[in-house]
Design a protein. Structure first.
Lengths: 237, 237
DNA sequence: TCAAAAGTGTTCGCTATACACCCATGG
DNA sequence: CCATGGGTGTATAGCGAACACTTTTGA
């Protein structure tokens, strides 16, 4: 169960009662314009060597869990100050076969375009949500909980801000909502709703590659959103 | 900062790197028919001796955080198998002046009537939400976060089940929703909405003490609720 | 010239909201 | 007999859901 004595190592941090190790793990969500994706890293060591897992690591004693998660995220993706959110702490006694480890799990919403070493890196890769392989440890469970949490948050916050590029088409926005909520919307109703809400600002540029017809680009009107939210409004679908 | 050497104690649990202590704390919500309340205990020892705080304690190495929280809850209130839910883990490095302690926070929804040693116990007392004094540690912050989490959950789950007695009046149900969401509803619209949803089962008994007119008692029709939920329905206000 | 994608309405039914009336009870 | 609280109904505005027409462009 718990290894009290580790042979031939320096064991200089001693306590009267046993303490678990504490890690942070980060489910990094991205959006490619069509599908929701997560960034996984392949484990190079046992246990679960070769399996994919979420990036994460031990929390330092002089940082909060959030600071730790942001540090790990920076190390993995190069992103500074990404949008992250704590959603659950996983504590099953046997979740790590080596010793007692609890993990404080965060999810991050990032723009895939801004993440270095994307699709082709050997040890870090984006996976579409429906193509995620079996993961290390209890990370399957962590992913399910992260999806749930994301689905909840979207009812209260305009998450699109963080996952989409500055400028995007209405169709991309709709794809995003459909991917997160796993539903289908009527194209025209979605458009009408967005227009009524007045949260989108239409750009002059209409460029859109590789389609039949050119599409307008939009950007979020964050000020307008904050104003609506203040008045007790909630973004709902 | 971190005490590596505690004098004249047995320090038999040793690690290569420092480990934080891990506790669970539980925000226990109750409802008296009018106001939302929380159960606090008064600290008998330093630090923060005399201050009120949420019940909680160290997580054992052979139990999950949830089991730990349930155990603490049972010890404090005598309640078995209460409805609890993890909502956040608090990790600020200095949140405990003695040593590094992180706490996994839960809230519990209980029926005040079923909790022993209620309003008059010396070291445990119910406080209305707007009468909570300044708390120990970072528990003020924990309370705010718990309220937020409760307010979120009420949009997706019929929390009334857990906080109200088996039988209740419509007015009590309305008071509960108003207390949690901090809004006011029109009495007649609330009644109509409940009627349309068909989630309430009217009892024959109409007893209601100390009022001008007798009021009907209702109970939740849990089966009906589950059925609606299955069809993608969400309880909203 | 045809298929596919995008911009823009219109209609209808339901629900949220505002509001009114009657009944019972205790002072 | 009136003030208070509780049960029940009705009218209206606005939103969600279903649905249609036009335009552009590449094959």
């Amino acid at each position: 169960m718990d290894k009290i004595n580790k042979t031939d190592e320096e064991l200089k941090y001693c306590y009267k009662y046993p303490h678990p190790s504490v890690t942070t793990d980060c489910v990094i969500f991205g959006f490619d314009g069509t599908k929701l994706k997560v960034l996984l890293v392949q484990r190079g060591i046992e246990p679960y060597k070769g399996r994919w897992a979420f990036p994460g690591g031990f929390m330092n004693m002089d940082e909060s869990a959030e600071e730790g998660a942001l540090r790990e995220l920076q190390e993995e993706t190069g992103l500074e100050g990404a949008y992250i959110r704590q959603f659950h702490t996983f504590t099953a006694p046997q979740r790590d076969p080596r010793e007692r480890v609890i993990t404080i799990a965060y999810y991050a919403l990032v723009r895939m375009q801004e993440v270095k070493g994307s699709d082709d890196a050997a040890d870090a890769r984006w996976f579409a949500l429906d193509e995620v392989p079996q993961l290390a440890f209890d990370h399957d469970q962590i992913l399910r909980k992260a999806e749930q949490a994301l689905r909840q948050l979207i009812h209260f916050e305009p998450i699109g801000f963080e996952l989409l590029p500055e400028e995007f088409t209405i169709k991309e926005l709709q794809n995003l909502y459909e991917a997160i909520l796993d539903v289908r919307f009527d194209r025209r109703n979605f458009y009408n709703k967005m227009k009524r809400l007045e949260m989108l600002e239409q750009m002059d540029e209409t460029v859109n590659p590789s389609q039949k017809k050119e599409a307008f680009l939009f950007r979020f009107n964050r000020a307008k959103y904050e104003e609506l939210k203040q008045k007790g409004f909630r973004l709902e679908f």
